[in-house]
Every structure is written in C-alpha cells, then in structure tokens.
Write a protein that binds this ligand. Structure first.
Ligand code: ADP
Length: 685
C-alpha cells in the first residue's frame, strides 16, 4: 500500500486534526446509534399498538356482523311467527281446535308467553298461556296496556299485517317482573275484519331462544332503550375482559328495538394474535442484533483507536529516525519513503513514490551497475547482512556515499511483497576517517622526524670515527707528498695508495651510515608488500647498531629458518622494530645494568589462533616496566625520558593493529621486558 510522508513540523497539527476528526466521528456515531435505537423502540411500540388496534377493529367488525346477523335472524323469526299465526287464522277453527293448535305453537315457541283472540272491539275472546310458566297476566292486568294494544292493533289493521307494540314491564307476583312486547295480527274473514290475534313475547325469551345458541356463548345480548337501559339480557361477560359493543336497530312495524351485543375478549393483550407476536419477536431479534452491533462497533472503535495509536507511534518513530527508509515492490517501484530518506536525497516524497529504475538519485554513469544490482535483488537474492556501500546523487547534483541494508518485505500472509531498505549517509563518517588518517600520517611523520633528530646525534658520534680516520689518512698523505722522505718513490706511492684506499673505505663507511638514515627518512611507500622478515631486520640493523654502539649494548638476532614472507607496509614495520629496539636499549642505559644484551627474535607465532602469523620479539634486560607506567604505556605523549616524545609505543600499536596483528609486552625474569608483535604471512591472506 503506498503511503505518503509529511514533514515532521506538520506532524503535530495533523495528529491534532486526526484526533478532533476522530472525536467528532465518535460523537456523531453515538448520536446515530441513539437515534437508531429510539427509532427501533418507537417502531416496535407502534407496531404492537397498530397490531392491537387492527385486532380490535377486526373483532369489532366481527361483532358488528354478528349483531347485524342477529337482527336479521330475529326479523326472520318474527316473520315466521306471524306467518304461523296467519296460517292458523285462515283455518277458521272452532274454539277447541284453536286451543289445540295454539297449545302446539306455544310448545314450539317458548318465547311466546300468551296468545289472545280479540274481537274487533278489542275484547278478549279467547286466550292461551305458555305451558312453561305461570300466566303472566291475571284477569285485569292486561287491561293496563289496553291503550297500547289498541294502538298496535289499529296499526296492524292499517298495515293488514303484523304490528308490534312498544315493550313494557309486567311486574309479577314474586316481586320480579319481565319485559314483554305485543304483536297484533288482524283476522280477516272474506276481507272483513273479524278480530285480532294478540301474541305476547317475553323479550328475555326471544333473546334466549332465537339468539342464545348462536350468539349467546361468547356475547352478552340485550335489548336496550335508546338511552342504554337494558330491557332484557341474555348471557353475561366477565367485566375483567375487554369489552366490545355492537348495537343494531331492530325495525319492526310499529316499534324499533335496540339490540346490543357485548363481546368479551381477553384483552387488551400485549400479543393479541400471531401477527403482533411475530412482529414483536422480530423486533426483539432486531434489538438483539442492534445490541450486538453496538458491542461490535465498540470493539471496532477500540481497535481503530489502538491502530491510530500504533500509527502515531510508528510515525513519530519514523520521523525521529536519521536512517533513510525506502520500500520497493517486487517490480522495483518505490512504495514508501520516510522523511529522512527524502532529506538525504533532496527529493520530495511525491517525486519518489511510484518511481522505478533508473531512480532519480542514481549517478548517471552508474545506472547500468545499479540496475544490474537491482535485477539481482528482485530475482530474490538476499543482500549481504552487513550491508553494502553505494553512491547516491542529491537533487542539487552533489554525491554522497551511503551504506545500504536490505531485507525482504513480508506481509501478514507470510508472502514477500517487496524489499525494505535502510540507508545511512556515511559521508560524515568518511570525512572523519580521512581526517583521522591524515592526522595519523602527520603524527607518524613527526615521530619519524623525532627519530631522525635522535639519529643525527648518533650520526655525529658515529661519523666521528671515519672522519677522524679520513682526516688522519689525508694528513699523512699530505705529509708524504710535502716532505720528501728517504723512502724510495715506489714506497711513497704505495703508502699514498694505501692511505687513499683507507680514505675511500672510511668515506664509504660514513656514506653508508648516512645512507641508512637517509633511506629510513626518505622511504615512504604506503603500499603493502610481500617482504621476508630477514629483510626487515636487516634494514633496521645498521640504525640499531648505531645506538647499540653508543650505549655499549650487544645485539643478538635469532631468526628461525625458512620463515614465510609477511605482507606489510615495510617502512612502518621497520619503524616499529626500530622503536622497540631503541626503547629496549634505552631501558638498559642504567649504571645498575651490567649485562646489556638486546635480543631480536623472529619466529612463527605459537598460538593456534595466530596460525600463519610471524611473531617479532624484542627482549631487553633493562629496568622493566612498573605498574604505574604500565597503565599509561600506550597513551600518546606519555614518556619518562627527558628528551622523549611519548609517541613511539602508541604509534607501534596503531601500525600493528592496522595490519591485523597485536602488540603486547611481558616482564622478563630476573629483569627486563619483552615486547612482541605479530604480522600476517602473505600466504595466510
Ligand atoms: P619515548 O620512547 O619517546 O618515551 P615511547 O612511547 O616509545 O616514547 O615509550 C614510552 C615510555 O615507555 C618510555 O618513556 C619508557 O618509560 C617506557 N618504556 C618503553 N619501552 C620500555 C622498555 N623496553 N623497558 C622499560 N620501559 C619502557
């Protein structure tokens, strides 16, 4: 995934902005969740309420239908009764037979309480009571309603069919009473009114017989006054139940009754039927899912926050790095660079991201080599662990050396997606190395000059002898030439010849002495060369001898046979050997020191670790090295000698270590010190 980088200076505001954006997102998300939760609860309540209402309206409609059906059942029943009575009238039966027939009808229709036969003047001619109860009227009581009866019968006559009276209450002997209604049917004989049949209905019985079976089980059925007063009731409903009421008008010729039906239902239930129950169950499931979602979102929020923290941490880390970082995909395109890398090469991240070979920071003349190196890397070859050096060009054209470490970039699935490289700008390191090398060289040159100064005094001492000899030979020769002696000329000539030969010899000896110093000072060959240990020893011997002579020291050289040649900077190693020999001889320049022997020993290194190495040892029998001196022995400018510079040993160690060897010393019994150093043989490398 390509990533861009930003300036370190921008990091803080960007992070602050990121945090405030995250906070506002979080606030908004919480209010969204609350709104969603509220909506779901409102939806759930509305659904349950609507479902309840729907169920109630369904039931109300059913009750209304039942009430309408009940009214039509009643009307059918009344019509049927009227027809039965009309049939009877047509038969013009004798009183006895009428009684028989009427008794039969009274048996069949229990809601009939009484049937009267009246003449056209409304006087009772005959009567029959229901066999199922005591007669409801005594001889006079029916007369109380005479006016109503007359009115009904007049209407019946006018209608030429049945007419019904208003209902009225008939008190009974038992203290109770009952609501009744009259039905009057005119009797016509050949078109002439011959009387009336008056049928008294018990309203309670009408409800029980005609509607009780069909509607009475679940409902309370009643006839009521328009003001709601109940006239007759059938069935009862527990008051605890939810009550539904339907009213229907029962229109009868002459009167109108109000039929009221009270239905009982277990309610209002929370789950009145399957639909609301289903809706509720689904809503509960929805709420549960919501709760799970909230939990999940909270977990996600936490993960997001952790991720943001980790990102901020990583960014701070990357920004604080001085190491340049660069990621490439498997095709060699740059997918990521950190600010340190951009700073190093002077290009912006946008200029580098997506770039592929040749990179803008490659030196033009090295593009081929770098491309080849990249091809090797992309082919899957791991780079050296310790890194490798390269040269890059900044945008301003300046070049600088870099140390590159590369490692494969592995993704979560363990698949390699590219290469991650770390860059160290080593130009400063190189500069310091160069400085240190130059100062080291200067120091060495100074030390050599100091040695030369020392040599000069030795030279004057050593040259004294040949010069004195030359001078005396020259004086002798001059004497021979100026004073003619008794000697024959041949003798004189031979003496002169000998004197001149001696002069020449002594001059050549003096020349050799001077040359040995001259050689030492002039020769400065930096390169390492393969040189035999013997040659090194031979080269320093004349100079060592010079000092030995002065300090009355005997030199003993012990060289193993057939030593392999060593690979070294010859001049420097010679100086090391010379320094050590000189130190050894100076250590023996003490009145107490009677035996003055300096041993130069060269042999194969004994330790198995230094197999293939040659060991040089310089052993003196001098004053030795005290503990105090030992601590500072290799510190530059530490010296115990009045004319010393204190650079000898520190330089010796540097030179030996530059060759990969090491310099050490140990005390020699009964007195003296041994200094040894090692050098690699040419064949061991
Ligand atoms: P310099 O010879 O100019 O003093 P060096 O670094 O060669 O500088 O030696 C430092 C000091 O170490 C000497 O001054 C001397 O005291 C001590 N030293 C070196 N070699 C020996 C030795 N073989 N025996 C005793 N002391 C030594």
């Amino acid at each position: 995934m390509p990533q861009t980088t930003s300036d370190t200076s921008n990091a803080v505001p960007v992070w602050g902005f990121f945090k405030s954006v995250t906070r506002s997102f979080t606030d908004r998300r919480i209010s969204l969740w609350i709104a969603l939760f509220g909506l779901v609860v409102a939806l759930l309540v509305t659904l349950v309420w609507l479902a309840g209402r729907y169920e109630a309206s369904q039931y109300q409609a059913e009750l209304d239908r039942d009430a309408a059906d009940a009214v039509s059942d009643l009307q059918r029943g009344f019509t049927h009764h009227a027809l039965s009575l009309q049939n009877l009238q047509y038969k013009s039966l004798s009183n006895q037979l009428w009684h028989g027939e009427i008794s039969g009808l009274l048996n069949q229709n229990r809601e009939w309480l009484r049937v009267e036969k009246r003449d056209p003047q409304f006087a009772v001619v005959d009567q029959a009571n229901s066999p199922f109860r005591m007669p409801i009227f005594d001889a006079h009581s029916h007369l109380n309603e005479q006016a109503e009866i007359i009115q009904t019968c007049v209407r019946a006559k006018r209608l030429n069919g049945p007419a019904y009276s208003r209902s009225y209450f008939v008190p009974q002997a038992s203290g109770m009473g009952l609501e009744v209604m009259e039905m009057c049917l005119p009797i016509l004989e050949q078109g002439i009114l011959s009387g009336y049949t008056l049928l008294t209905y018990g309203l309670q019985e009408v409800l029980a017989i005609q509607l009780g079976d069909t509607y009475g089980r679940r409902n309370e059925i009643s006839f009521t006054e328009p003001d709601g007063t109940r006239l007759a009731v059938q069935g009862s409903v527990p008051r605890t139940k939810r009550l539904f009421t339907a009213t229907q008008l029962l229109d009868l010729p002459g009167t109108t009754l109000v039929l009221r039906m009270d239905g009982r239902r277990a309610g209002p239930d929370l789950f009145p039927n399957v639909l609301p129950a289903l809706v509720t169950a689904m809503s509960i499931a929805l709420v549960s899912v919501l709760v799970l979602l909230v939990k999940d979102s909270r977990r996600r929020l936490k993960a997001e926050r952790d991720l943001a923290d980790a990102l901020a941490f990583r960014k701070a880390m990357e920004d604080s790095l001085v190491t340049g970082l660069r990621a490439r995909d498997l095709k060699g395109r740059i997918t990521y660079v950190n600010p340190a890398f951009c700073q190093m090469v002077g290009f912006k991240a946008e200029q580098l991201l997506g770039a592929s070979a040749p990179m803008p920071y490659w030196p033009t003349e090295m593009v081929g080599e770098y491309q080849q190196r990249q091809a090797v890397r992309l082919a899957g070859n791991a780079p050296p662990r310790e890194g490798f050096e390269s040269v890059f060009v900044r945008q301003d054209g300046s070049r600088f050396p870099v140390l590159i470490f590369e490692a494969p970039l592995i993704n979560v699935l363990g698949k390699q997606t590219g290469w991650m490289s770390a860059f160290l700008d080593i130009s400063e390191q190189r500069r310091i190395e160069e400085l240190s090398r130059a100062s080291q060289e200067r120091l060495q040159a100074t030390a050599r000059l100091a040695t030369v100064g020392e040599m000069a005094s030795l030279l004057s001492h050593e040259l004294n002898q040949p010069l004195a000899a030359i001078s005396s030979y020259a004086t002798g020769s001059l004497n021979l030439l100026s004073h003619h002696t008794d000697l024959p000329p041949a003798q004189t000539f031979s003496d002169l010849h000998m004197a001149l030969e001696r002069i020449a010899q002594q001059a050549s000896r003096a020349g050799k002495v001077i040359n040995s110093v001259h050689d030492f000072v002039r020769r400065r060959d930096q390169d390492r060369e393969v040189v035999r240990p013997q040659t090194i020893v031979d080269a320093v011997m004349p100079l060592v001898q010079l000092q030995a002579h002065k300090l009355h020291v005997r030199i003993d050289v012990k060289m193993d046979e057939s030593l392999s040649p060593v690979l070294c900077d010859r001049t420097m190693v010679e100086q090391v050997l010379l320094n050590l020999a000189r130190n050894g001889m100076q250590a023996m320049d003490h009145p107490d020191c009677h035996k003055r022997l300096l041993t130069l020993q060269v042999k194969k290194a004994a330790s198995s670790l230094s197999h293939g190495w040659i060991e040089f040892a310089v052993i003196d029998l001098g004053v030795g090295i005290s503990e105090d001196i030992e601590k500072q022995l290799f510190t530059p400018f530490f010296t115990t000698k009045p004319e010393g510079m204190g650079l000898g040993l520190s330089l010796c160690r540097t030179v030996v270590e530059q060759h990969g060897g090491h310099l050490e010393f140990e005390a020699v019994t009964p007195r003296g010190t041994l200094f040894r150093f090692t050098l690699p043989t040419a064949s061991s490398l």
